[in-house]
Ligand binder design. Structure first.
Ligand SMILES: Nc1ncnc2c1ncn2[C@@H]1O[C@H](COP(=O)(O)OP(=O)(O)OP(=O)(O)O)[C@@H](O)[C@H]1O
Ligand SMILES: [Mg+2]
Length: 333
């Protein structure tokens, strides 16, 4: 399939304060490989602090990766000048969790939506027409065009942010927890809106969330992220029907009514044993071992000495797309 995005070995290191921090830094993203085929949606799921937003920002070169490469529609973003990148980035729009910080409180929504169109040198009459169409698309009345962000609800503001992203006629939307700040009923409306827009404009999505349920509803492929790495990735139905990494099982187990492996929780999720304490210490010192081991119900001594890499769960075209980084699991167990 034709790939819109191909990331190879993306690493992002934040240099901390103080001598040790500055020297060693903190790997917020630790070697992510990920491709998103055109017109598909990829869901990236993981708990708070695992590096989702950091990865999103490196992907768009808003904050370039410390190492690794991003190809967008065949073009290596790292080779572009600032100017070329800015031009290119119009094709890649991002929607963040908090619409309040995305919209300028001092600008009417008409002016907010005009910005991108002016930038694209679209004349005044045409701008008016396009803004009407965009607001129609996201379900906001054109009669409200002169209102300011504070006059809208959270869900309406997120609709306006989505309209603004669409005004650039992107082919890719990066949705970073776009509904986490909203009430559950409003979440569903925005998700449905995003699904409709995706079809209508043949968009490609990277959908970031801590909610595996949401991601699996929206996306064709799901990647599960833990501490800066993808620990399992598969076409959505495979991942949901056969979650293989203990962390994925734990995420699924926390969805009410979801099935999970019977041995999934038997050891207790965060049981502190001498081995666990040792493993945490080894992790902190960067001396190897599986990062999930301290939380893992099935890990053993093997997992403390070296870190597993991603491996395929089968050879055929479908199961080879299901990859997992765990020594202890097999497909179907
Ligand atoms: N600018 C920064 N400088 C130093 N560390 C940072 C910076 N931004 C993020 N971090 C750290 O990097 C890690 C990953 O943060 P990130 O915001 O990418 O996580 P996330 O998965 O998006 O979390 P959330 O679900 O809460 O949004 C965290 O430990 C965070 O404290
Ligand atoms: Mg985030």
């Amino acid at each position: 399939m034709d790939q819109l995005i191909e990331c190879k070995d993306i690493v992002k290191i934040y240099r901390g304060r103080g001598l040790a921090g500055a020297a060693r830094g903190f790997k917020a993203v630790d070697g992510i490989n990920l491709s998103v085929a055109k017109k598909t949606s990829f869901g990236l799921v993981g708990e708070s602090g695992c590096g989702k937003t950091t990865f999103a920002r490196t992907l768009l070169y808003l904050d370039p990766p410390s190492s690794g490469s991003v190809r967008y529609d065949g073009v290596e973003l790292g080779t572009l000048s600032h100017r070329e990148l800015r031009k290119f980035r119009k094709r890649m729009q991002i929607v963040f969790q908090d619409p309040n910080s995305a919209l300028n409180p001092k600008m009417s929504i008409f002016d907010s939506l005009s910005e991108g169109l002016i930038n694209r040198r679209i004349d005044k009459d045409e701008r008016g027409r396009r803004i009407k169409d965009l607001l129609d698309l996201v379900g906001i009345s054109y009669a409200y065009k002169n209102r300011y962000p504070h006059e809208f609800s959270g869900g309406q503001k997120q609709r306006i942010v989505i309209a603004r992203a669409l005004s650039m006629e992107p082919d890719f939307l990066l949705l970073d927890e776009p509904v986490s700040n909203l009430d559950v009923s409003i979440q569903a409306q925005i998700i449905n809106l995003l699904s409709d827009l995706k079809k209508e404009f043949s968009l490609t999505y990277l959908f970031i969330s801590h909610d595996l349920n949401l991601v699996s509803y929206m996306c064709d492929t799901v990647g599960v992220m833990f501490k800066g790495k993808i620990v399992e990735q598969a076409p959505t139905d495979l991942l949901v029907s056969n979650p293989t990494h203990p962390y994925t099982r734990r995420l699924l187990a926390s969805i009410p009514g979801a099935a999970f492996g019977e041995r999934g929780l038997s050891k207790g999720l965060e049981e502190e044993s001498v081995l666990v304490i040792e493993a945490r210490k080894a992790q902190r010192q960067g001396s190897g071992g599986c990062p999930y081991y301290p939380f893992c119900p099935i890990g053993d001594g093997e997992c403390t000495s070296r870190a597993p890499g991603l491996r395929s769960l089968g050879d055929d075209t479908i199961s080879s797309r299901h990859v997992v980084s765990c020594f202890k699991t097999e497909a179907g167990t």
